[in-house]
Design a protein. Structure first.
Length: 325
């Protein structure tokens, strides 16, 4: 069999089918070689596509004994030399693939088991972390409660001690009469903050004081809204009483007072001036300041002085002249 040599075996050798490895195109070449053999049986050309219907008894009867022996030898040779190695290689390759598949499957099972184990461990660790967090929170709350309790106790004791000292030291200073007087003074000053006092405005019978006050204030560029206007004190013949004007807001009072010096330049209003509604003590202090101001003015000829925020100041200079009034 190994010494067999004819056109078919030579063709198979040329195609590489006698080599002991599986060629990429071995399947196609094997089918073609098998077709050649079958065409030899059918007495057809090897290049034609094989048709099983052509293998008939009449065609086989025309074959000589030598031709039939040659076909059988070619079949035997083809099976032994070509098909058997190809099948063995295919089986070996299948076994290798199957072994690899089994190895991969075993690795997958191990990996899956490890994953399940890791998930179980992770769940356990999660439970431990949650438990530790709850314990930490409980301990934190306990420490805070203890600290708050300690601070409250300390503060309570300190407040008791402080209250005792304050009560003893303030009993005399916060006597009902003094406290009432202080509250009355604060309330009184608060009520005066929206008031303006207009001096030097002539007084006539049946006058409209609000209209006259607004006329004065409009000369300095302000138009405040007034709540009420009235003369102060008892009427004295030949003397004009000051007028008390109540504004809606303190801001209105501040704006008017900031411009009241402009009245000196308005014709007919040189003797009219506007002042805040001062208390009796404030008026007394201001009277003393005016006396000092006049003295300064007489001593320092050529200089002008004024009163700013309870102090005498040289006009045109930032230096303040302190006084002991």
């Amino acid at each position: 069999m190994e010494g067999l040599s004819n056109s078919f075996t030579e063709w198979c050798s040329d195609q590489g089918l006698t080599e002991n490895h599986v060629n990429v195109f071995a399947g196609t070449i094997l089918r073609r070689a098998l077709g050649y053999l079958l065409n030899d049986v059918a007495a057809e050309k090897r290049g034609d596509e094989f048709d099983p219907a052509r293998v008939t008894s009449s065609r086989l009867e025309k074959k000589t004994k030598a031709e039939l022996v040659s076909v059988i030898q070619n079949f035997a040779w083809f099976s032994h030399i070509v098909v058997d190695p190809y099948v063995r290689n295919s089986v070996d390759e299948y076994n290798r693939v199957k072994m690899r598949s089994n190895t991969i499957e075993a690795s997958y099972r191990e990996l899956n088991a490890s994953t399940i184990e890791l998930r179980s461990s992770l769940e356990k660790y999660k439970e431990k972390v949650i438990s530790l967090q709850e314990s930490l929170l409980t301990e934190k709350n306990r420490v805070i409660e203890d600290l708050v309790g300690s601070v409250q106790s300390t503060v309570k004791e300190e407040l008791k001690s402080y209250a005792s000292v304050v009560k003893k030291s303030c009993t005399a200073s916060l006597a009902p009469v003094k406290l009432q007087a202080a509250l009355k003074k604060v309330t009184h000053e608060e009520d005066r903050s929206c008031n303006l006092i207009v001096h030097g405005l002539g007084e006539v019978e049946d006058e409209n004081t609000e209209k006259e006050v607004l006329k004065v204030i409009q000369h300095i560029g302000e138009k405040p809204k007034l709540i009420s206007c009235r003369r102060l004190g008892e009427k004295v013949p030949g003397r004009s009483r000051p007028i008390k004007a109540v504004c809606h807001t303190r801001e209105m009072v501040r704006c008017v007072l900031a411009r009241t010096a402009q009245l000196r330049q308005v014709e007919g209003y040189a003797g009219v001036y506007v002042s805040p509604d001062r208390t009796f003590e404030q008026r007394r202090e201001r009277k003393g300041l005016i006396s000092v101001l006049k003295e300064k003015q007489e001593k320092c000829e050529g200089k002008r002085f004024g009163i700013r925020r309870g102090e005498i100041v040289e006009l045109g200079s930032r230096s303040l002249l302190k006084n002991n009034v």
